[in-house]
Ligand binder design. Structure first.
Ligand code: HH2
Length: 257
């Protein structure tokens, strides 16, 4: 899953793809690099980010989703707003990637059920403004797993087919370095949820906490975590650097067989 951030303020590429033409060209490049899904987002969820209004998010994402869909690519819409998701679905998006796991907008679950789209349910305690204020868990893996199990139940109760649901532990969302590492070490436990597992480590600050690297120098760390996650059974890797990740996965697969 290649990331297309149509935002001025995303933590690693904010402002680079704010113009629709730039975002579309970037999406096309990610597909050439090996992406099978393009995840289009119009609101940054980095720690401390201010929410954006629905009209702004719609104006950023809708033309990009429509064009990429028109070119025949599989698109997911990274949003927690039902109106933004609806416009994207109407333009052809097949997946809604909701970092609030359908808790952010009361209309979202019903919309996804009615349209029969895929849904990514991600773990995030609180919201991006506050989530990094001293996160605490007794057992981060058990708590994330229990949260995701509850959100799967809620989604199914709202009429979303269980086969449409993917889950994501939300690396970097309300977690310390040690919490992120523990989740990556114990991915097998999350696989017990029985749904495809999405992992997003790309360029995130926990990598910089390990080696002091600034955001523009975290490709090696991102690729390392992607390969390890894939080897541990992750099904979808949400990444910025698709070419490097795809090559690493090909080589790892050749070695591991
Ligand atoms: N991470 C980000 C955004 N959306 N969605 C899922 N399912 N999993 C993730 O780990 C995830 C996500 C944050 O990364 P990015 O989009 O690059 O940054 P920003 O939120 O600043 O736009």
């Amino acid at each position: 899953m290649g990331i297309v951030n149509v935002t001025p303020d995303s933590f690693s590429d904010g402002g680079l793809f704010l113009e629709p033409e730039a975002a579309i060209a970037h999406g096309e490049q990610l597909v050439r690099d090996g992406a099978e899904i393009l995840d289009v987002g119009g609101e940054s969820t980095r720690p401390g980010a201010e929410p954006v209004g629905v009209e702004v998010e719609l104006a950023r994402t809708q033309p990009v989703v429509a064009d990429l869909e028109g070119l025949g690519y599989a698109v997911s819409i990274d949003t927690s707003k039902a109106r933004v998701a609806e416009a994207a679905i109407e333009a052809g998006a097949e997946i809604v990637n909701d970092v609030t796991a359908l808790r952010g907008d009361p209309e979202m679950a019903g919309l996804c059920a009615e349209r029969g789209v895929g849904v990514v349910l991600m773990h995030m305690p609180g919201d991006p403004r506050t989530m990094q204020d001293d996160p605490r868990y007794e057992d981060v893996v058990a708590e994330v797993k229990a949260f995701l199990a509850t959100r799967i139940e809620a989604a199914v109760a709202a009429g979303i087919g269980e086969e449409k649901i993917w889950v994501d532990p939300g690396i970097g969302f309300g977690k310390t370095l040690e919490h992120n590492l523990e989740l990556l070490r114990r991915l097998g436990e999350l696989r017990e949820l029985g749904r495809p597992l999405v992992i997003g480590t790309s360029r995130k600050s926990f990598i910089g906490k390990i080696d002091g690297s600034p955001v523009e120098e975290r490709i090696g760390g991102s690729v390392a975590t992607a390969v390890l996650a894939a080897a541990d059974g992750a099904d979808v890797l949400r990444v910025h650097d698709v070419a490097e990740t795809a090559q690493a996965l090909r080589v790892a697969e050749a070695v591991l067989g």
